[in-house]
Design a protein around this ligand. Structure first.
Ligand code: OOG
Ligand code: NI
Length: 295
């Protein structure tokens, strides 16, 4: 069931985000991988709106049902977001990062716009879903939870919270998947080296706070592409390009207590786990106009 749902998410994501197929093709022609399935997916991420019937508490039920465990919480005061990460039931599955907009922290005008959409959801939609029915869960994750937004509402929200605007239009479409670099061939197995490869291939990287986001312990390094602008159809058939999704890259270094293990003995359990608020804070900006304007 989990594999069915994950592959449905990846399929729609790949269809909407041209960088995904382009990066995979570049990795194959550089002989870093033979087939797309060779890519180790460090994590996937979703965005949600924090209102009573939706938000993290609703979406997480799907993945808790499939054996994920909720782990650390993160708070982003300035961006008005909260998040958790979820550990997978087995190491071949990606971690999950789910964030949520703190609607109550927005201006009354923005709250009113958001609630005019989310008030259409009267009961937690996940509580009505048969989570053992893969096609039903796949359809739910890619269906509209509320009416198509107007361009004006989108723009008003974006002026206050680019995250709010993104999620009111894009809903539960995958926000990114994350290519693990530490097990790639030498010369490509650090975020620094992989970034050089990506830039040589013409991909544009998020440079908010620098292209490499590093945790204070120095063991989790991340980078990401800038989301491409994709045409979105708003209410009344108004079409406007907005930020879609992006691709992330992660390098998890071996924990100091395992530094002496031979390379062929090192598994996921020996590497830095979890996420880092300081890194995440700047990765969110991969869909913000300050970054998307660079292309
Ligand atoms: C998520 C940003 C944070 C990470 O790995 O820390 C993140 C988002 O843009 O919704 O992905
Ligand atoms: Ni991420």
């Amino acid at each position: 069931m989990l594999d069915y749902v994950l592959s449905g998410l990846m399929q729609r994501y790949q269809d909407r985000v041209p960088d995904v197929a382009a990066i995979i093709a570049a990795m194959i022609s550089e002989n870093l991988i033979e087939v797309p399935e060779d890519i180790e997916n460090d994590h996937i991420a979703f965005r949600t709106i924090g209102v009573p019937e939706l938000g993290i508490q609703s979406l997480e039920k799907i993945f808790l049902h499939y054996g994920y465990t909720r782990r650390d919480a993160y708070h982003f005061k300035e961006k008005k977001l909260d998040a958790y990460w979820y550990a997978p039931p087995s190491p071949e599955h990606p971690r999950i990062f789910i964030s949520e907009l703190r609607v109550q922290d927005l201006s009354p005008a923005a709250q009113q716009i958001i609630k005019s959409y989310t008030n259409e959801v009267l009961v937690d939609p996940v509580s009505n879903l048969n989570l053992d029915d893969g096609p039903a869960v796949d359809a739910f994750l890619h269906s509209s939870l509320w009416r198509t937004p107007t361009l004006q509402d989108y723009q008003t929200l974006a002026a206050e919270s680019e995250y709010a605007a993104w999620v009111i239009y894009n809903r539960y479409y995958l926000n990114h998947f994350t290519i693990s670099v530490q097990n790639l061939p030498a010369g490509y197995n650090t975020v620094a080296d992989f970034n050089n490869f990506l830039e040589k291939e013409g991909f544009i990287l998020n440079n908010a706070g620098g292209k490499i986001k590093t945790s204070p312990d120095g063991l989790l390094l991340q980078s990401s592409t800038v989301a491409k602008m994709i045409p979105a159809t708003f209410a009344g058939n108004e079409v406007q390009k907005i930020a879609g999704s992006y691709v992330e890259f992660a390098e998890r270094k071996v924990l100091p207590q395992f530094a002496d293990l031979p390379a062929d003995k090192i598994t996921r359990a020996h590497r830095r786990e979890g996420f880092e608020a300081g890194n995440a804070d700047r990765i969110f900006e991969s869909t913000y106009s300050s970054q998307t304007n660079k292309q």
